[in-house]
Design a protein around this ligand. Structure first.
Ligand code: HEM
Length: 205
């Protein structure tokens, strides 16, 4: 898959994968200092939401931290056992924690129904693409495995693109925060999936 992602882009993937992948640590130390936390009001004392939210951000954080390494051609060529181990950690982090917790958190997302639908669809697709990636490698179908993993990580990267789009919509396009949030609930993943699909197409052609 070396031609899938050029070296310069791999550096960007690594940089954002690590930077945003570590961001959930802030919620383990100083949640009350983060504006998003206070925006959730009474939910922050409800067990179901706390369970879903922490499962989501920790699973998502692990997926972001681990995922970019899997696109390094050298890792796959020379350290296949490590690729398999990290791959299993990535899949478990998403299926058991990131996507399931994200789906539950999406039900009460800020911005109401349109934002819940955006994040909820993302959670379902994230789960599905990752599951397909795992099922295809169990069947030893490497082409399909690559394709579904590209789609899966493109969706994992929604956590990064969300944090790039949000300031653009609020400070750049001067949208009120609530409207900007609804927009990024969709913008954070639809373009990623299109780019992922382009990479899959380029890989095949
Ligand atoms: C790709 C699928 C993802 C979905 C469906 C998703 C869904 C959500 C939802 C619904 C919320 C709550 C929004 C609200 O209540 O208004 C949220 C918040 C959050 N998510 Fe995700 N998310 C995804 C990926 C990730 C990843 C990979 C990370 C890893 C860092 C992550 C970390 C967070 C954090 C830290 C928050 C709290 C909001 C903030 O601090 O900005 N998410 N996510």
């Amino acid at each position: 898959m070396s031609k899938t992602i050029a070296p310069a882009y791999r550096i960007l993937l690594a940089f954002f994968g690590i930077a945003i992948g570590l961001y959930p640590v802030a919620y383990l130390t100083v949640p009350a200092a983060i504006p998003f936390w206070s925006s959730k009001g009474g939910l922050t004392s409800e067990t179901w939401w706390l369970t879903a939210f922490y499962a989501h951000i920790l699973g998502g954080g692990v997926a972001l931290l681990v995922g970019w390494t899997q696109f390094l051609p050298r890792l796959r060529a020379h350290r296949i056992a490590l690729h398999r181990l990290l791959g299993k950690i990535y899949v478990a982090a998403i299926l058991l924690f990131g996507a399931t917790g994200g789906f539950a958190a999406a039900l009460v997302a800020n911005g109401g129904f349109p934002s819940a639908l955006g994040f909820g669809s993302l959670a379902v697709l994230w789960f599905f693409c990752t599951l397909q990636a795992y099922r295809s490698i169990l069947k030893k179908d490497i082409e399909q495995h690559k394709a579904w993993m590209i789609r899966s990580y493109a969706l994992t990267f929604a956590a990064v693109t969300l944090r790039l789009w949000l300031p653009l919509f609020t400070a750049g396009f001067r949208l009120p925060f609530e409207q900007a949030y609804v927009a990024v609930a969709w913008f954070c993943w639809v373009p990623n999936l299109i780019v992922g699909e382009y990479l899959v197409w380029r890989e095949r052609s």
